[in-house]
Design a protein around this ligand. Structure first.
Ligand SMILES: [Zn+2]
Length: 190
């Protein structure tokens, strides 16, 4: 007889993925005994991103994972397949009041169809990403392409890992700077 029972079949926790959740990955450094379940492709992506996620709490990590796919799968929630857990900390306003709002708006008991709240969340998220990016760049308005680019060059020079002996923290900081630069360009100059 085979010794171990097969684990219950589950789906990959990556939004929209139809793969099997065969590989587990700890949710955060603080909760190494709580897991996401991913397919091989997505557990690899998650592991690659592990350093990027370092220092974020669970709610922030979930917001990051959701960011790219939230338009395709507005009702998707991490972890809902795995039964009730502690409430998700809601730094980005994704979950605020959604259950009650949905119930109030719909009344037909069907899932889906809360596009209004979703668009509002997305706008708030975009504004907050812009504010954070401005803070990273430590710039006051008015922003011009020339000022933005000059500041970007300065920051890259300051934080380039080569200037810090390949220091990990500098690498992370540079990643944040690059992301903020993309956010600001897209917000103001596209
Ligand atoms: Zn997957």
């Amino acid at each position: 007889m085979a010794g171990e029972a097969l684990p219950p079949s589950r789906l990959c926790d990556h939004p929209g993925c139809e793969g099997g959740g065969d590989f587990r990955a700890p949710r955060s450094r603080l909760e190494l005994d709580r897991y996401y379940w991913f397919c091989l492709e997505h557990v690899r992506a998650y592991n690659l991103a592990w350093n990027y996620y370092a220092g974020m709490n669970e709610g922030e990590i979930e917001a990051e994972i959701r960011r790219d796919t939230v338009w395709q799968r507005p009702t998707w929630k991490l972890g809902e397949r795995h039964g009730p857990g502690p409430p998700i900390r809601d730094h980005f306003g994704f979950y605020t009041g959604t259950a009650q709002e949905r119930a109030g708006r719909r009344g037909n008991g069907q899932a889906g169809g809360h596009a209004n709240g979703h668009a509002k969340d997305a706008a708030a998220r975009a504004a907050s990403a812009r504010d954070q990016a401005m803070a990273v760049f430590d710039l006051e308005p008015p922003l011009t392409p020339v000022r933005l680019k000059a500041r970007y060059k300065t920051l890259v020079k300051q934080h380039h890992p080569d200037a810090h002996g390949g220091d990990k923290a500098a690498e992370e900081k540079l990643k944040i700077i690059n992301q903020a630069y993309a956010t600001l360009k897209a917000s103001y100059f596209n």
